[in-house]
Design a protein around this ligand. Structure first.
Ligand SMILES: [Zn+2]
Length: 339
């Protein structure tokens, strides 16, 4: 098959569009013909090299995949259109038995330790296949899973989103941000977001009442001003060091801050007086569970939410696609089309 692989870590130039061995059929696993694969920041970390995870080389990235079943491992007919659940679990540990897939002792993400979707074919556990209806195209299906699963787990499961909550979404123009804005609006929350000034109009169009420039000024004061001094019930964080203090200050008494990343640095400080006196909850979040992705996908299939597509490039253009993601120029998902 054709695939995009890297044989050494480095810049986008290490990505090679080349021949690679086809994945081999195995019990409990399916082979899927990839039709589209969306990019994530995780792909960039993999290519540059991760501190704590040693990737087998050469490596094929790609966590967000949609395509057609070639070999359904007995569970699905050939030709079935599917999207892939990007979380990989062992299915046997205590966390898996309780249904907490993303706390599995062997939890992995498609395309991280295993080969992913920057290829014509990919092998995944049969349980990771989610059938998609005829009205959903492959580009949309590929752009959906990781960001919407992450946002669902943060908002619904970790932060316990309630109707009429005030939700502040940091980096509302990012993939997770766009998903969080749409999900929060769908469940009846009042939504504020931060983003670069150039993305403000498009962030508001997704459902944010206000979009503050997070490079200028103190958005925590703006949130308080717009909520009669109360602040936000939920803050969705993934920016990290650069915004952490303002994010904590944006919280109402009893507020919950959920974080799934630290793009600008991970050494955030915390004034403990805010934590106890205002009874705040600081929550970590990573990916989400199988059942949560199915719940989120039902909203996609009903037309209630949809990923924003920035650009579609051919698989051979993976290096150019990663450069665009690295430059933060995009608004929405960059998707590789596999013909
Ligand atoms: Zn497990």
């Amino acid at each position: 098959m054709k695939a995009v692989r890297f044989h050494e870590h480095g810049g986008p130039e290490v990505l090679r569009y080349e021949e690679a061995p086809d994945p081999v059929a195995a019990p409990g696993r399916a082979i899927v013909r990839v039709r589209a694969c969306a990019l994530n920041h995780l792909d960039l970390w993999e290519r540059r090299g991760l501190d704590r995870v040693k990737l087998p080389l050469p490596h094929i990235s790609g966590s967000d995949v949609a395509g057609e079943v070639v070999d359904g491992g007995g569970g699905f007919a050939a030709g079935q259109r599917v999207m892939l659940q990007p979380g990989l679990r062992c299915g046997a540990c205590a966390a898996c038995r309780r249904g907490h897939d993303n706390q599995c002792v062997q939890f992995d993400v498609l395309g991280l330790r295993s080969d992913g979707g920057y290829a014509e074919l990919v092998s995944v556990p049969v349980e990771n296949l989610i059938p998609i209806p005829a009205g959903i195209d492959f580009i949309t299906a590929a752009a959906f899973p990781l960001t919407f699963l992450t946002a669902w787990h943060m908002l619904i499961t970790r932060a316990g989103l309630q109707r009429d909550d005030v939700v502040l979404v940091l980096a509302g123009g990012s993939g997770v941000g766009q998903a969080a804005i749409q999900l929060a609006r769908h469940f009846g929350a009042r939504v504020f977001a931060t983003c670069a000034a150039s993305k403000a109009d498009r962030t508001r169009a997704l459902g944010a009442e206000h979009a503050f420039d997070h490079y200028a000024g103190d958005f925590s004061k703006e949130v308080r001003r717009l909520t009669e001094g109360r602040g936000a019930d939920i803050v969705i964080e993934h920016v990290g060091e650069a915004t952490w203090d303002r994010s904590v200050r944006s919280l109402a008494t009893g507020g919950r801050l959920v974080t799934c990343g630290a793009t600008t640095g991970h050494a955030a400080a915390l004034d403990l007086r805010h934590l106890f006196a205002r009874q705040l909850a600081l929550l970590g979040s990573y990916m989400g569970r199988f059942d949560e992705l199915k719940s989120a996908a039902a909203l996609l299939f009903d037309g209630r939410v949809a990923p924003v597509i920035d650009e579609v490039l051919p698989l051979s253009g993976a290096a150019e696609a990663q450069r665009r993601l690295e430059d933060k120029e995009q608004f929405g998902k960059i998707v590789l089309r596999v013909d």
